[in-house]
Design a protein around this ligand. Structure first.
Ligand code: AMP
Ligand code: GLY
Length: 415
């Protein structure tokens, strides 16, 4: 099977790496990255328009296309492929609005009776200020459109809220602050059925102990112990199935959830796989993923199952100094072979080949990923690899997965 992966980050490298292990698969990616180039052919994505991707798929005679990032989905890449009769995994542009607009998503949750944080939507800064009185502090302010995980501010007092209101472009969602454990719940959907992937947990803020500004994600781990079976059933019944029913959703439906004392509540929907959640997911998946993706694209997911390795997998993101603010690129990267020799898999996110070898080319540069017999071992294994990789100004969190250890110990571990 000839499989085309759209995108060129860590999520797409993890997907390409996993799919390349499928018997008989040939992997193509547009634009891909130097990591993906080790498992497949990287192609020019041209202007990234739906038509450009379709032409590329036709040119290489792709049997199946899988979309990584949200932008091509929002622009209608799935609509273009379907009109041309080409198999693709992803939602059409109408369903992609669930991620493309926070206001649209919130209204959808309420209409579909999907549990979510209390909120108001406002069109201007004056109304946003007035809304602050309704929720108290902390309060959550969200810009409406796509913001690569950076359009959300948690304001702890009025001054922070005022600053956020001045910096975010209306319309805004002003939202109740929820507490609990955050879970990334991702299901592969075919318009009728859902195949849930194992639960994962992201680490959104840039510094240890969940402090500092939000990023696209500084690390994630995949562990079946994150959710009980009854929690999984509740999420499927209250969140995933109602969404499939209302939208005939196809592709990856990613519910960012807060597990509150009153049950799961949706913080956001994404219409794609998570980044970096995909890295530990692909690392831990024991089944061949290609048949499940093909079944999803053909609307025959019913009865398809996925097997997972028993032990968890953990991914630690190595970022450029300054990320999520301004950062510099072009720093030489060394030590990847040593990290691999320690048994870790290194997924490329923001890298490129420079005159002297591999160099940094993004905020999130690499995702070092490893498994282990239990979460503690997986964490030890992944940091053994992280220690081997070097580039000037490397920043990474030292506490990825640490909070999850509570489930095993019955007490907080370390941080
Ligand atoms: P979002 O892009 O909506 O997922 O928001 C990014 C991050 O902000 C989430 O992963 C949470 O960590 C945090 N967040 C968003 N909404 C809320 C909320 N209502 N209560 C608490 N934290 C939130
Ligand atoms: N890791 C969060 C996201 O992919 O949106």
């Amino acid at each position: 099977m000839r499989i085309l992966v759209l995108g060129g980050g860590g999520r797409e490298h993890a997907l390409a790496w996993k799919l390349a292990q499928s018997p008989g698969a040939s992997i193509f990616a547009a634009p891909g990255n130097p990591g993906i180039a080790q498992v497949g052919s990287c192609l020019d994505a041209s202007d990234g328009s739906p038509q450009a991707y379709l032409s590329l798929a036709e040119q290489i005679r792709a049997d199946l296309t899988v979309v990584g990032p949200e932008a091509p989905l929002v622009r209608g890449v799935v609509d273009a492929f379907r009109s041309a009769g080409r198999l693709i995994v992803g939602p059409d542009s109408s369903a992609a609005r669930l991620e493309g607009s926070k206001v649209f998503a919130k209204n959808f949750f309420v209409q579909s009776n999907i549990p979510t944080a209390g909120y108001v939507t406002v069109d201007n800064q004056a109304d946003a200020r007035r809304a602050l009185d309704r929720f108290g502090f902390p309060v959550v302010l969200k810009a409406d459109g796509l913001a690569a995980g950076k359009g959300v501010v948690i304001a702890h007092d009025r001054a922070e809220a005022e600053a956020a209101i001045s910096s975010l472009k209306p319309p805004l969602v002003v939202e109740e602050f929820l507490t609990g454990e955050e879970v990334s719940f991702i299901a592969l959907c075919d318009g009728r059925d859902a195949l849930p992937l194992a639960p994962t947990q992201d680490h959104k803020t840039v510094f240890d102990g969940d402090t500092g500004p939000n990023t696209g994600g500084m690390g994630a781990y995949c562990d079946s112990a994150i959710l009980t079976e009854s929690q999984t059933r509740e999420i499927l019944n209250r969140v995933i199935y109602p969404t499939i029913e209302a939208t005939r959703f196809t592709g990856f439906l990613y519910a960012g959830l807060m597990m509150t004392t009153a049950g799961p509540k949706v913080l956001e929907f994404n219409v794609r796989l998570g980044d970096p959640e995909t890295q530990p997911l692909m690392h831990r998946m024991a089944s061949d993923f290609a048949p499940a993706l093909e079944a999803a694209a053909e609307g025959r997911l019913a009865g398809v199952k996925l097997e997972w390795n028993a032990g968890p997998s953990v991914c630690v993101v190595l970022a450029s100094a300054g990320y999520p603010g301004p950062y510099e690129s072009g720093r030489l990267i060394t030590g990847l072979e040593n990290a691999q020799a320690k048994g870790t898999t290194v997924f490329h996110a923001g890298t490129r080949m420079g005159p002297n070898g591999l160099e940094t080319a993004g905020g999130r540069v690499l995702g070092v990923t490893a498994g282990g017999g239990d979460l503690k071992l997986a964490i030890e294994n992944v940091y053994a690899g992280v220690r081997e990789v070097h580039f000037e100004g490397t920043h990474f969190r030292r506490d990825i997965g640490r909070k999850g250890l509570r489930r095993y110990n019955g007490k907080t571990a370390g941080t």
